[in-house]
Design a protein around this ligand. Structure first.
Ligand SMILES: NC(=O)c1ccc[n+]([C@@H]2O[C@H](COP(=O)([O-])OP(=O)(O)OC[C@H]3O[C@@H](n4cnc5c(N)ncnc54)[C@H](OP(=O)(O)O)[C@@H]3O)[C@@H](O)[C@H]2O)c1
Length: 322
């Protein structure tokens, strides 16, 4: 352990950080060790990581001193924020500021920051194609991350800015899983028309981030995008149909309809999917699966991900209004 480079992993008990931690733990000869950060070192997920060989350390992103302690002595950190726990870009920005300050204080040599675009650079607030949300954002859970990038740069922290993609694992949640319509047929619903979406198996985000750490300083100061495959809604529906063995249709709706679905964050996600749709060439262009595969040779495409998770996709739900 002593001669290994320690990576402090935020969100290690969650999806992205969990993938990061497991990627390092699966490669004991790789020269890296995991320090899993959690608010509760006694949770079952934290204990499981400890059993797998991670050092488990208490930290809370809302407490900069706890972050400084947790980063101390580490070589690098995987930084991720938790927008959907609070829906506040301001809170997210304050948390990134704390991460950058702690990384600087600990003298980290490499941070991989899981960020997204500040969509207002493409869709200024004056652009009425989508509503402005929370007073000053177009896609709040993207914009706060993009706006936060400068905290790392300003602090002089050697950082790789990692642009992630939509997790296919969202299909495991009843909200995005195929649902029955009024005709009793199953469909997935997205406001993306015939445009391709960059998607990824969440486990691969951590594996790609590990690939970035393994490449030393090559990507420090750079923005890199990753995805597992680019697919239209119709193509995803066709693969779902084939792998699940029952017809799944693609139900394309206008973004306004999606935003009005009424679940918490529907407006934010409606704007996000519209951004995916309206800037598809840019969005997919910076998230090249071939590049992601160069970081992570085991990168899954949608079919491979689906084969592994098909039994966990909930199919019984009825769409609202059906
Ligand atoms: N869903 C998608 O398709 C998608 C795609 C791209 C990016 N994203 C972004 O991914 C981010 C979420 O990452 P995720 O999916 O990995 O999250 P997640 O699976 O919900 O994991 C959340 C983890 O964060 C930890 N956590 C929560 N609050 C914390 C705090 N105050 N201090 C320290 N740790 C805290 C929790 O650990 P403990 O309880 O153990 O402390 C938990 O395990 C969001 O910002 C979202 O915008 C999502």
């Amino acid at each position: 352990m002593a001669d290994k480079k320690i990576i402090a992993v935020l969100g290690a008990t969650g999806a992205q950080g969990g993938g990061m931690a497991r990627a390092i733990l699966a490669d004991p000869a790789g020269g890296f060790a995991v320090r899993a950060l959690t608010r509760d070192i006694n949770s079952s997920k934290a204990r499981e990581l400890a059993k797998m060989g991670a050092e488990v350390v208490a930290a809370d992103v809302d407490n900069v001193e706890s972050l400084k302690k947790a980063f101390d002595g580490a070589y690098g950190a995987y930084c991720v924020t938790f927008f959907w726990q609070h829906f506040s870009p301001e809170k997210e920005m304050a948390e990134v500021q704390a991460m950058a300050a702690a990384a600087k204080s600990a003298g980290l040599q490499h941070v991989v920051w899981s960020t997204l675009e500040d969509t207002r650079k493409w869709v200024p607030l004056s652009d009425n194609r989508m509503p402005t949300l929370q007073g000053k954002y177009k896609v709040p859970h993207f914009d706060g991350k993009g706006e936060s990038n400068h905290f790392f740069t300003d602090a002089g922290v050697p950082t790789t800015f990692l642009l992630t993609s939509m997790y296919w694992d969202n299909f495991l949640n009843p909200g995005m899983a195929p649902k029955k319509g009024p005709d009793g047929k199953l469909s997935i619903t997205l406001p993306t028309g015939d445009k391709k979406l960059a998607g990824i198996a969440v486990e691969d985000i951590g594996k790609c981030a590990y690939g970035i750490f393994k490449r030393g300083q090559e990507f420090v100061g750079k923005t890199v995008g990753i995805s597992g495959e680019h697919l239209t809604g119709a193509q995803m529906a066709a693969t779902l149909t084939e792998v699940l063995g029952q017809e799944i249709r693609f139900n394309s709706v206008p973004p306004d309809v999606y935003r009005a679905f009424g679940f918490p964050g529907a407006d934010d996600l409606g704007n996000m999917f519209q951004f995916y749709r309206d800037f598809d060439e840019y969005f997919c262009g910076v998230r090249d699966p071939a590049f992601a595969r160069s970081l992570n040779p085991a990168l899954q495409d949608f079919r491979a991900w689906l084969m592994q998770h098909k039994s966990a996709i909930p199919l019984g739900q009825t769409a609202a209004g059906a």
